[in-house]
Design a protein around this ligand. Structure first.
Ligand code: BTN
Length: 264
C-alpha cells in the first residue's frame, strides 16, 4: 500500500513560502529532469519551476548513471532562467556546487548534530556517505535555462538498495533512526537554495569560502579521471570559479570537469 506524502497544502506552502512560482507534482515519473526538458521544449513553464515526484522510475545520475531512490527519497528538479536571474555565463558552471551548499545548509538545520560536506563537484555527504546527488542539465533548445535536479535520501532506507550502493550511501533516516517530514525538508532546501543563489549572484569570495569550509576532499589524495587522463594530487580545495585544486608532482592543477575515481 502506498499513501500520499505530498498533499495539496504542502504544494501551496511551497508556492507561498519559497521563491518557486510554479509547482508540478507527480506521484510517479521516470525522471524529473527529463520532465523539465519536455516542458522547456514545449515552452510550457514559468521559471522558477519546481517539478516534484514522490517516486522516480528512471532517475538519472551524472555520467549516464542511474539514480536509485527507494520510497521516501526526495526527488525534484528546479528550472531556473539564468537570463532572468542575470547569472552570467561564466558563473553558470558553479550552479551544482552552489546548490550543494544550499542542501548542506538546509540539512544542517534538520540535523544540527551531524556534519554535511560537499564532495566536488556535485555530491553532498553525511559523514563518509553520500546523502544527496545533484545533476544539472542545460537544455539544447533553451540554453539560458538551467535544470537543477536534486535527489536527497530522506526516509528511504539503503537496506532496500542494490547491494553495491549499500556501503556508499545513506539517508537521514538510516543515519538517525528517525523519520523526517519531506515537505519540511524540501521547503528548507528551497529557502537555502535561494540564499546560496544570492551568493552566486554576488561577491565571489564569500561563495568560495563557503565551498571551502564544506570541501570533504581537502588534504586528501584524489585520483581524477578526465577522458583518458588520470590526474593524481592532494586536494587543496576549490577555486573561486569552482575548479578543483590538485597539488600534483608537476605543480598545482585546476580541474573544471572529470570524475573522481579514487580518494585516499
Ligand atoms: C548524481 O549523483 O549522479 C546525480 C543524481 C541526481 C538525481 C536527481 S533526482 C531528481 C533529478 N531527476 C533525475 O533524473 N535526476 C535528478
Amino acid at each position: 500500500m502506498s499513501s500520499a506524502i505530498f498533499l495539496p497544502e504542502h504544494l501551496r506552502r511551497i508556492q507561498n513560502e519559497t521563491f518557486v512560482t510554479q509547482v508540478e507534482f507527480h506521484r510517479e515519473l521516470p525522471s524529473t529532469n527529463d520532465r523539465a526538458v519536455e516542458l522547456i521544449a514545449e515552452g510550457r513553464f514559468s521559471a522558477p519551476l519546481l517539478i516534484l515526484a514522490e517516486r522516480q522510475t528512471a532517475g538519472r545520475g551524472r555520467g549516464g548513471n542511474r539514480w536509485w531512490s527507494g520510497p521516501g527519497a526526495l526527488t525534484f528538479s528546479l528550472v531556473l532562467d539564468a537570463g532572468a536571474l542575470r547569472l552570467s555565463a561564466d558563473r553558470r558552471p558553479q550552479i551544482s556546487l552552489t546548490a550543494g551548499l544550499g542542501v548542506c545548509q538546509a540539512l544542517d538545520e534538520a540535523l544540527p548534530n551531524h556534519k554535511f560536506g560537499l564532495k566536488w563537484p556535485n555530491d553532498v555527504f553525511l559523514g563518509a556517505r553520500k546523502v544527496c546527488g545533484i545533476l544539472v542539465d542545460v537544455p539544447s533548445q533553451k540554453p539560458e535555462c538551467l535544470i537543477v535536479g536534486i535527489g536527497i535520501n530522506v526516509n528511504n532506507s539503503f537496506q532496500d538498495a542494490p547491494e553495491e550502493l549499500r556501503p556508499l550511501a545513506t539517508s537521514l533516516a538510516d543515519t538517525t533512526g528517525e523519520r523526517f517530514d519531506p515537505a519540511e525538508v524540501l521547503i528548507r532546501v528551497l529557502l537555502e537554495l535561494a540564499r546560496s543563489l544570492e551568493l552566486l549572484l554576488g561577491e565571489q569570495s564569500a561563495l568560495r569560502s563557503a565551498w571551502m569550509s564544506r570541501c570533504i576532499l581537502h588534504g586528501r589524495t584524489v585520483h581524477l579521471q578526465s577522458g583518458p587522463r588520470m590526474t593524481v594530487g592532494v586536494c587543496r580545495g576549490i577555486d573561486i570559479d569552482g575548479a578543483l585544486l590538485l597539488e600534483t608532482d608537476s605543480g598545482m592543477e585546476r580541474a573544471l570537469g572529470g570524475v573522481i575515481a579514487r580518494v585516499e
